[in-house]
Design a protein around this ligand. Sequence first.
Ligand code: ZN
Length: 381
Amino acid sequence: MVVLNQAKRLELLEKLVAIPSVNDHEQAVAQFLHIYLSKYGISSQLVQVAPDRACLVAQIGTGTPCLALAGHLDVVAATASAWQSDPFVLTERNEKLYGRGASDMKAGVAALVIALIELVHAKKLPKGQVRLLLTVGEEMEQAGSKLLYEQGYMQDVDALLIAEPTDLKVAYAHKGSMDISVISRGKSAHSSMPEQGYNALEPLIEFLYQTKKTFLKVAKPDELLGNATFNATVLKAGSQVNSLPELATTEINVRTTPTVDKEKVQALIELWKNKLNATGAKLTTTTYLNKVAVKKDPDSSLVHLAQALGEKYLGQTIKKIALAPVTDASNLTLDKPATFPLAIFGPGNQSVHQVDEYVDKSQYLAFCELYQALIVQYLEK
Ligand SMILES: [Zn+2]
């Protein structure tokens, strides 16, 4: 006997989408799920990250193995006027469920929660433990997974499933992402008398040109993840056409790989900063965010199980891939070896972060079943 029938499963997703947890307001979703789980006899705890921001952790069973199930509670913003229907009202059209977070990733979170409730009530959980880790700020700085990692929630974990939308594929790897800001200081002067000042923009442009050129020369492709990439994405300087800017700033995003990692990139940044500063520039650089690249076992039992159950419940071949975007795995698997079983596998598609984001209704419902089988079969091994 199921505890949550199809209507209740759809209703849970609808309620999650209705809470607009756009980046830093995830507490309301965490609280809602805390109460929801408790109604079905599952205790959980909020782990406060900041005011109005809390992760949710629930733990079932004891001993080994310990399988962690992760998802994030935040969604990206939505401009309601561009959508066909209110992004925070889950709306069904042609067997598709539209809403912000429908794919990324409230469907995944709901399916994990439903799987846990069903298994606990059916008393189907074999030996070992299941730990649900719901995070905040995944789309931004990943503050939630960072805190859970630091507080030791991953220490005894033997395998990790992340329910991110993977469009009917299973991922075990992705690039990292590094954010760097560069400040160039000069001296303002009237542009008719430039010798009285120092144009802060010029060394910054030279810095960007040279670092990118050197990066392209030294960055060797990773056999699985491909090329690391380097992109200046923000540039600001000056306020008036006839004044030399005294300040110029840029921000750079680097998508890293195990071969082109933070240390390599930072060495390059230092090299050109020092060279230009030796000629009179005043450049300072700060790496303010670093999410490491992830490359785990493509043939772990968890990946194989996800593939087999995917074929059974979703009716098609499930390919193994490296994912393009970064996930909470960067933090959660930080001290896990390359042999660690990681599967990123969840309901949803490539409509993530877009207008009219949706999840296929049948796919969402299939994952509610699939996750139950996956948890039981993994723990039984
Ligand atoms: Zn996501």
